[in-house]
Structure formats: C-alpha cells, structure tokens
Design a protein around this ligand. Structure first.
Ligand code: PLP
Length: 391
C-alpha cells in the first residue's frame, strides 16, 4: 500500500488532503515523495513562517532532546521558564500559560475570562461572525461559522456573535453578563479579513468602559506575519489577553496564552493545566524561533508585502477577482468563482497555496521570502490566472 492508501485506510477522514505526499522540507521549499519541489507559499498553514527545518530550530531541538524530553508540570524546567520570560519581555504580557495548539490556547483564554468574570456573574464572551478559534468545544462555540457547528451541538453557551468591524453591533450585545471580547485582529480562516484600526481602537475603548477583557486570537496573524512580532503592535492596540500557536514552535507543537497585569493572578493552582504544556523540546524550539524573528526578518516582511501587492495588482484586475486584502504577508484574494482549481493548478506547477471559504486564495509566504522566490510565485500565478482554471 502506498502512503495515500494507508492514510485513507487508517486515519479518520477529517481532512481534504492535496494528492501529494510531503517527504521533506527546507527553508521555503517542500519536496514530495517523487522528488518534485514546491515553493511553500502558505508556510505549512502559517506554521513554518521562519522557514522549514531552520538550523537554529533544529539545533535547539537536538540539544534539548539529548538533555530532557519531558518533565511533568509538577516540576520546574528551564526551557519553559526562559520561553515565558522571552514572550513577556517582547510583549505587553506579565504572565504566560504554555500549551500545545491554538484551540487549546483559546480554551485557556475562555476559561480565564470566565474565571475573571465569575465574581460578578459575568461569563459571556462576545465573538464575531466569520471567526475561527479552533475545533475543541469551547473554541468551536466561539467560532461563529455555522458550518463548523453542524452535528456537534449542544455547544457551550455564552458566545453572542457581533458583526465584524461594526462597533454598534458589539455595543448592543454588552450586558451585565459580559466578561470579555474575543477577536482575531486579522481573520484567517474567515477569508483574510483585517479589522479596521478604528474598529480595534473602539473595541479597546468599549472594553475599558465596561470592564471587559479584550482578548486577541493571534494564532494565525502574529509572530511576524504582519511585519511586527505581534499583530497588536501593527494596530497599536494592546489587548489584555493574546493567544499564540502555529508559528511559535517553527514546526513543533507549542502554543501560549499571554496575559496582562490585570489578569496575572486570575488563575491559581489547579484552575487549568495540560500535561505537555511547556514541553522542554518545544519550548527550546520556540525560543529559537523568537530569536530568529529579528528586526531584519520583520523588515523583509514589510518590504516583500509591498512588492507582492504591486505584483498582484494586475492579477486583481481579472474579472473573476473580487477583492485583494492584505496585512504584511497575510494575503487573501477573493474570487467570484471557486478557488480549488487555482490551488490545484498552482500545485502542479510547483507552488503551494491554499483556499479558504471556498473562494479566497490565501497566500502566507515565508517571512524571509527572497526576491527570486517572489518572482517564482508570481510567474506561476500569472500563468494560472491567464488560463482561469475551472472545476
Ligand atoms: N485560531 C486561529 C485564528 C486559527 O487560525 C486557528 C487554526 O487555523 C486556530 C485558532 C486553531 O489552532 P489549532 O489548529 O492549532 O488548534
């Protein structure tokens, strides 16, 4: 049996997979099992932003794995402590909770908000249409896209849904039960939809007026994607809670919930936990990633973002393109027709892209993208757009 047959036979059928088997990856490039090479223009879905198998990350993993693979969180370990220190030093945060995935980081944020509000009977968390916060039940309830809920009800209550970028719709939902607002500064799965700066500014003000926590889901849009280390810096709006995952471990599974001074003492022993949270090897990988996210890399994100947008302009004029949306190297091209044939044709030509919401082509290029890699991608996109692939 080949890999595809084995996968189809033994793994739950939860993913619509591309029909290639990824064999290895290095930097911006990925190889399939037939030796064909692809430019990874969506960075393993925003995980390998700093590049695949980057030497500092690999070295950190090798070093730590020889020393200590695991210790229970009932003990102290150096990598977790150093990672939390780095995250606090480089952000607004005073405390960090380490876990394993974006959904888990958001679950931690949801629990923190509920605990914070519990003394005053507050438990509701206002979320937004088209949001995506993960697949576990709490994160799923916060994900205001009915298609993900189907067949999984009843979901935990307490997640009223406001309209994205419409402040009066948020105001209308605030009641004495409201504890927090949870939002992606730039919606990812929802179709690369950025908050307007005015909206985030107004949300911060509203949260302060009503004593609510403002919580940002930065799982997809942080760690360099916008040209700053964290997307809240790009907006100049500081949240009370920020969740991170995906790019944090440079390919290793690690996530974090960051909290400000205001929430630093909300959670106590026994309130929350996870066996693998702050795993020594993953934490060392994350420390290496944070080090790699240098001002030089962040500057490159801004430079390449401008260049790509200029390159994509002519493509955005094709009649089947509705809108081009971007912040930094988080780019969405909404089509009037299905995006899947574009993804497939690009892949056949050696370019990995993604499509979300059925018709939004999503580009999440490597943060250290070079001029020649950008030209390689654009060249393929031009060829593909010229022929307008259809299903
Ligand atoms: N939040 C956002 C904004 C995401 O994009 C995702 C995943 O795509 C998640 C949460 C869930 O992360 P994970 O798949 O690591 O649980």
């Amino acid at each position: 049996m080949n890999i595809k047959e084995l996968t189809d036979l033994y793994l739950f059928n939860t993913y619509k997979r591309n029909p290639i088997t990824i064999h290895k990856a290095k930097g911006s490039w990925v190889w399939d099992d037939k030796g064909k090479k692809y430019l990874d223009f969506f960075s393993g879905l925003a995980v390998s932003g700093i590049g695949h198998a980057m030497p500092p990350v690999v070295a950190a993993i090798q070093f730590q794995s020889k020393k200590l693979l695991h210790a229970s969180n009932l003990f102290y370990t150096e990598p977790a402590a150093l990672l939390a220190q780095q995250l606090c030093k480089r952000s607004f945060a005073k405390k960090v909770f380490l876990c394993n995935s974006g959904a888990e980081a958001n679950e931690a944020a949801i629990k923190l908000a509920r605990k914070y509000g519990s003394q005053n009977g507050r438990y509701e968390i206002i979320v937004f249409d088209n949001s995506f916060h993960g697949r576990t039940l709490g994160a799923l309830a916060a994900t205001a896209q009915p298609k993900f809920h189907e067949g999984f009800g009843p979901l935990p209550p307490g997640f009223p849904v406001a309209k994205f970028n419409q402040i009066d719709s948020v105001e209308r939902l605030i009641t004495p039960r409201t504890a927090a607002i949870l939002i992606e500064p730039i919606q990812g799965e929802g179709g690369i939809r950025p908050c307007t700066p005015q909206f985030l500014t107004a949300l911060r003000k509203l949260a302060d007026q009503h004593g609510l926590l403002l919580m940002f889901d930065g799982v997809q849009c942080s760690l360099g994607r916008t040209g700053d280390l964290f997307s809240y810096e790009t907006y100049g709006i500081v949240p009370d809670v920020l969740t991170l995952a995906k790019g944090l471990g440079g390919g290793m599974p690690i996530a974090a919930m960051l909290g400000s001074e205001k929430v630093a003492n909300v959670l106590g022993p026994g309130d929350h936990g996870t066996t693998f949270g702050g795993n020594p090897v993953c934490s060392m990988a994350a420390i290496a990633v944070l080090k790699m996210l240098s001002p030089k890399v962040l500057k490159n994100v801004k430079k390449q973002s401008q260049a790509i947008l200029k390159d994509l302009e002519p493509l955005a004029r094709y009649p089947f393109v509705r809108e081009l949306r971007a912040v930094g190297l988080m780019i969405g091209m909404e089509l009037t027709i299905p995006g899947a044939p574009f993804v497939e044709t690009c892949r056949k030509r050696g370019l990995l892209i993604n499509c979300t919401q059925g018709n939004v082509l999503r580009f999440l290029p490597p943060l250290a993208l070079s001029d020649s890699e950008r030209r390689f991608a654009l060249n393929i996109l031009q060829q593909v757009f010229q022929r307008e692939p259809v299903q």
